[in-house]
Design a protein around this ligand. Structure first.
Ligand SMILES: *Cc1c(COP(=O)(O)O)cnc(C)c1O
Length: 392
């Protein structure tokens, strides 16, 4: 079975990382330096997760209201609430994963922060969004958790707003066991306040947690094998009567994703991925195009937008199913193709129909750095078959 996501590291990477310390060290320092260079931003700090990074940024920001896209990761709302902020949801005017300028206009009020999200690596119209925010006195924090490496007009996303945050979750471009993240900014005061907030709340990772994370990461590497993955899928998903680990539940208080500092041994796993970053992005971009081309004629799926300028670093291939998505998922699984569900659970008000329609219809086709051309052909073949059946 083709897994829904595979980590971008192997046994060797984990073995080399295992000896790294649980605090900061040479690898965390090197990673910060590499991120600074790649983003062209002077201030970067590592965090336990993307949500943790947003949480520290928001704790450092005086604004009390935060505008978020209605269709986004529930961890964004979680971080904002934990930081004591009031949420304002910007509903989408179309079945489009990113906000458009018109979605934002009703919510622009001086003293707010807008979380500008580039979903799945698809660039948001950041220049327009930013100009409108600037004119209205709204600060902009870019959510590049899913879009590290994507460019707009030749410039990396994350460098347009006042600050940005990213993620090293297993489903993103760069993977640390089993999560991690960073915030970055050119605003020295904001950086110092956010770093101060982090210093107050972060504690060194426990030895037990390091062991658990290394064990889980080793299991993820084992699950790159399609036969082992099939067994895992049957036990963990089918027998347990679930299709996703995503619950949409919001943490009531900061958990390990906010508290356990990103460790030197985790940075050791990320660094080699930066050495092959250009290749990884080029391959993902090509795979994205091949999937789009191969699925273009299907009537029962809506494909994600085209990367016209070849400037994105896509990390998912989200499709919107015209018919019952769970039936689609089960048929896919039966034919040996797994699919992911983000973001099926969103926290926006029920009245935000576009966001909820996307959440109800979205499936993520397998799309990771290891995806081979044989696997792409199989995904296209299987979906074409299912489309034919549904069309009758
Ligand atoms: C994954 C993701 C996050 C959260 O990142 P974590 O590291 O899981 O906390 C936030 N925003 C978006 C758009 C994401 O895709």
């Amino acid at each position: 079975m083709i897994p829904r996501a595979r980590p971008n590291y192997g046994f060797g990477d984990l073995a080399r990382a295992a000896g790294g310390v649980r605090g900061a060290g040479p690898a965390t320092e090197a990673l910060v330096q590499r991120l600074r260079t790649l983003l062209g931003l002077p201030h970067v700090a590592l965090t336990p997760s993307g949500r943790g990074a947003l949480y520290f940024l928001l704790k450092a920001a005086p604004q009390t209201e935060v505008i978020v896209p209605s269709y986004t990761c529930s961890a964004v709302a979680e971080a904002a609430r934990l930081a004591g902020k009031e949420l304002v949801y910007a509903e989408h005017g179309a079945l489009s994963f990113n906000n458009e300028l018109a979605d934002l206009r009703p919510h622009l009020r001086s003293g707010r922060i807008y979380i500008a999200t580039h979903q799945y690596g698809i660039a948001a119209p950041i220049e327009d969004l930013l100009a409108a925010c600037r004119a209205a006195g709204v600060a902009v924090f870019e959510d590049i958790a899913a879009a590290f490496g994507t460019r707009v007009g030749g410039r990396p996303v994350g460098t347009f707003g006042d600050a940005c945050f990213g993620s090293f979750d297993t489903t993103k471009l760069l993977n640390a066991p089993l999560k991690g993240g960073f915030f970055a900014t050119a605003d020295r005061d904001l950086f110092e306040r956010a770093s101060q907030a982090a210093a107050c709340e972060l504690r060194a990772m426990s030895l037990l947690r390091k062991a658990i994370l290394l064990g889980a990461a080793t299991a993820l590497v084992c699950l790159r094998d399609p036969r082992l993955y099939k067994i895992f899928h049957t036990v963990y998903f089918r027998w347990c009567g679930r299709a996703t680990a995503e619950t949409g539940r919001i943490a009531e208080r900061p958990n390990a994703f906010y508290r356990e500092a990103f460790a030197d041994w985790q940075a050791r796993v990320v660094l080699p991925q930066l050495d092959r970053l250009r290749d990884t992005i080029a391959r993902r971009r090509l795979n994205y195009r091949r999937l789009r081309d191969g699925l273009r004629e299907l009537a029962t799926l809506t494909l994600p937008p085209e990367d016209r300028d070849l400037a994105w670093a896509p990390i998912r291939f989200p499709v919107l199913c015209a018919t019952d998505k769970m039936q689609y998922y089960e048929d896919l699984v039966r034919l040996g193709v797994d699919a992911g569900f983000s973001f099926t659970s969103i926290t926006a008000p029920e009245a935000h129909r576009m966001a909820h329609t996307m959440a109800a219809r979205v499936l993520n086709l397998p799309f990771d750095a290891a995806l081979s051309s044989g696997e792409i052909d199989k995904v296209i073949r299987v979906l074409t078959e299912l489309d034919g059946v549904r069309r009758g």
